[in-house]
Design a protein around this ligand. Sequence first.
Ligand SMILES: [Zn+2]
Length: 547
Amino acid sequence: MTPDLIFHNATLYFPGNAPFCRKQPADPSTSPPVTALATTGSRITALGDDDTLLAMAGPNTRILDMDQHLVLPGFIDTHFHFYEWAVNLSSIDFAQTRNFAGMESAIREKAALLGPGHWILGQGFNESDWPENRMPDRLDLDLAAPDNPVCIWRCDLHLAVANSMALSLAGIDSASPDPADGVIVRDGTGIPTGVLKEMAPNLIRNVIPALTFGQLLENMEKAMAKAHAMGLTGIHDIRLMGGEEGTVALKAWQALHCGNRLALRCHVALPGEMTRQAVDLGLCTGFGDTLLRIGHLKFFSDGGMGARTAWMTEPYLDAAYGMPLTPIREIEKAVVQADAAGLSCMVHAVGDRAVHEVLSVFAKVEALNQSACRIPHRIEHAQMILPKDLDTLGRMKNLAVSCQPNNMSLDISLINQCAGDRARFAYNFKSILNTGVPTMFSSDAPVADPNPFAGIFSAVTRQRMDHTPDTGWYPDQCLTVDQAVDGYTLTPATVSGMGNVTGSLSIGKKADLIVTDRNIFTADSKDIPTTRVMLTLFNGQIVYERP
Ligand SMILES: [Zn+2]
């Protein structure tokens, strides 16, 4: 069959072949290296040298001279709150905000734009990196927008701050009890400060007018286009705080798929609290097609370090031990039930105590030897892990881990401050990888910037985006670019049962690939985060071309 597209004169990435990324032929004396790739329909149909592939061109073949540019498989972000990201496209993004004044002026601007009474939402603030070094409260937000309800989420999504109008619309006052698994922070006189932890922001969420389904689909399409521009062709859409979010997100993905508007390979997680219903329906992880699949049941064993709710074996330097979220016995019961039914589970575990407890649950489940899961269970984050638990991790047979290098850059100051030299157990990517457990990378967006090049930079340098600290934070845990790229491509594909569909440039796989403006394997590492995607091909179609 005549190819639709031929990419030639390219630097093609093949796992294990970095930094040159041109597949060396078995006998280099007789055949030149692989520098060209052809696609037909949705698939990669040929790999070879330029002359051989160009000879396959027909009158309708589009020929793209890559001018030696790097061609990578499309990235897969394995922990992406895509639904929230899409919904949030119309709210304020505080990721680049550097102080209170910046936060307040963004809110003031939005208030002027929307007019009084309209909800102002925002996310992504990281006060631990601000000079004021304190949490904003309702009074700060009242100053910026006294006539609008305002609610802003911290970058880790485990804490939100609401202003007085938002609190009153949600009926939160001194008399309100803390909700289950949540905390309404109060001042010395018992008045809520506006800071809401873990499940408490749901009290606010419940009174925010929702997008219509049509608006949601539009936002999701816009979000997919943004993802393509960053080089993403696959995501695992992860459930957040329960409620009807899971139902709406799954419906939206199906609607996009049925309308031929789905342009990402999507593995959709289900809310853990729906384990019973999922088992009763006979759903199994991996059900679906190459575009849309039922993913893992998602559970939370603890919170996050920013809110000091990650569950620790030793107290924080400035707080107690954090807290378990869903009780571990409850998680165990659900995992046992799901595992026997073919529903794989993913459990959020950030603190070292949470990671230890969750590992024990998965070890127990493996010992039952009852699994009907084709796709491994997962630990999400494993942000802090003790050496003895690394040993346990290495013994697990049906478990994978998804870690977030982008978050590490955001969290360096925070973890130094709250954990002191126990920070040496945090974000130990190399140690985790060395246990042999399949290790996938992800952004946890909107918690962190979903740009995979930012994640690769962080994994390789262990620096903040401003290139500090100089030699990297606990630099013995730095990865190679090849290892980092693998965590965004082949490993996630293989671990989610898509190893014959995507994740590498191989004949017969779907044509999901990107072209970059620089070779990240040979470039100075400080230039990795600003790498631009020049073209994204999804399912054989060009879905993004840099203007
Ligand atoms: Zn998350």
